[in-house]
Design a protein around this ligand. Structure first.
Ligand SMILES: CC(=O)SCCNC(=O)CCNC(=O)[C@H](O)C(C)(C)COP(=O)(O)OP(=O)(O)OC[C@H]1O[C@@H](n2cnc3c(N)ncnc32)[C@H](O)[C@@H]1OP(=O)(O)O
Ligand SMILES: O=C([O-])CC(=O)C(=O)O
Length: 371
């Protein structure tokens, strides 16, 4: 009986870990990142500032940010002949699976695979933050028989990431919203992928393995995969009326509507979605796509009225990426690239204060059988 009362399906509401990295304070409507409000940071800072904050503990000044950027730029290149790996993959491979393969393969090149100190993990984290955008963009280009786009040293970190994806130098507005999207995707307490990474790290396995597992977790459409699903839904709907009709049909069939609901914020709007909604409003105006904004708002309204459900980050990040000219198959890999930051910080924290994850079960099978 005691076991029954302590069992929470999906570990709903269960505290899995102590952390100094982040906390979702639903009452205060604040995503706390090392004491700062993520939304305030995303409005006033840059992704690289969050890198320093999460890996080092403090926000950088301009000089420190520029030193960090130089460090990352030195690590952009992948090992020789690394892209051969992606040429060998079947063409229908999803970019998330290519990314998973790529991160796993990087372990073989690591000189310090057994390093578990904070400093060693920070160095690997910086290398991953430098290389993962290259893997994301170029594994996609290879799978689609397009030319590889080399990193450009003269562009900022996020301008370069977006350039490697689209092949075009982004405008200042495009680069700013892309950077903001990386910030809001960077860290979010204990989602399934972070839990996965910490569970793997807790066996004292290496960080590449922990992140490889996290890619698989993030791919699912109940988690990161929802951003791609949202865009497919918007395109299928075509118009505001078409989109409304599509959502009604899904609800009638008791299907889940991607981009809505959240384990933690279920009855409130995800604060990150609100920020991406504003980004969409501005990008839609610049790109003459107010129709897309209208469709999204109509969907938001309908889901609130019909189900009392609110958008999560993926709902508004998807159309933002669409207007930035990003191929839909890359939305979840980009989410992962941004989340590499939070994941590395969590893995480091796990190593620093490790306890093997090994929960128990509520056994509901038979007993007393004999062969
Ligand atoms: C950045 C991110 O990763 S955010 C998450 C992205 N994922 C999505 O957008 C997928 C769609 N959303 C969902 O599936 C869910 O809201 C989740 C997985 C995010 C959270 O799920 P849980 O906390 O496990 O809640 P659960 O799925 O049990 O939902 C509770 C109730 O709300 C309903 N519900 C929740 N989300 C949705 C949705 N998107 N569409 C329709 N109904 C929904 C469920 O059907 C369920 O109803 P019931 O009690 O009548 O059966
Ligand atoms: O917190 C979660 O469960 C999912 C999520 O929004 C994220 O990982 O950003």
């Amino acid at each position: 009986m005691r076991e029954k009362t302590s069992y929470k399906p999906g570990l709903d509401g269960v505290i899995a870990s102590e952390t100094q990295l982040s906390y979702l304070d639903v009452e205060a409507e604040e995503i706390v990142l090392r004491g700062y409000d993520l939304i305030e940071l995303a409005k006033s800072r840059q992704y690289l500032d969050l890198v320093q904050l999460l890996l080092q503990g403090e926000l950088p000044d301009q000089q420190e940010r520029s030193t960090l950027e130089q460090q990352l730029k030195k690590e952009y290149d992948l090992p020789d002949n690394f892209f051969a790996l992606f040429h060998k993959l079947p063409k229908q491979t999803h970019p998330m699976d290519a990314l998973r393969t790529g991160i796993s393969a990087l372990a073989g090149y690591e000189q310090d695979l057994n390093g578990r100190s904070e400093e060693q993990i920070k160095q690997i984290a910086l290398s991953l933050l430098a290389k993962i955008p290259n893997i994301v963009a170029n594994s996609y280009h290879i799978l689609y028989d397009e030319k590889v786009i080399a990193p450009r040293q003269e562009l900022s970190y996020s301008e370069n990431f977006l350039h490697m994806i689209t092949g075009k130098k982004p405008t200042a507005t495009e680069a700013a919203y892309f950077d903001q999207s990386l910030m809001v995707y960077s860290e979010h307490e204990m989602p399934n992928s972070t839990f996965t990474a910490r569970v793997i790290a807790s066996t004292n396995s290496d960080i590449y393995g922990a992140l490889t597992g996290a890619v698989a977790s993030l791919k699912g459409n109940l988690h990161g995969g929802a951003n791609e699903a949202v865009m497919h839904m918007l395109l299928e709907g075509k118009t505001t009326d078409g989109f409304r009709h599509l959502l009604y049909e899904k609800l009638k069939k008791k299907e889940k509507v991607m981009g809505f609901g959240h384990r933690v914020y279920m009855k409130k709007m995800d604060p990150r979605a609100l920020l991406m909604k504003e980004a969409l409003r501005e990008l839609a105006a610049v790109k003459n796509r107010n129709d897309l904004m209208e469709m999204c708002e109509a969907g938001e309204q309908l889901m609130k009225e019909e189900k009392g459900l609110y958008p999560n980050l993926d709902y508004y990040a998807a159309p933002v990426y669409y207007l930035l000219g990003i191929p839909i198959d890359l939305y979840t890999p980009i989410f992962f690239a941004a989340r590499t930051l939070g994941l590395c910080a969590h893995v480091s924290e796990q190593y620093a204060n490790n306890k093997l994850f090994r929960p128990r079960v509520l056994y509901t099978g038979p007993r007393g059988l004999h062969p």
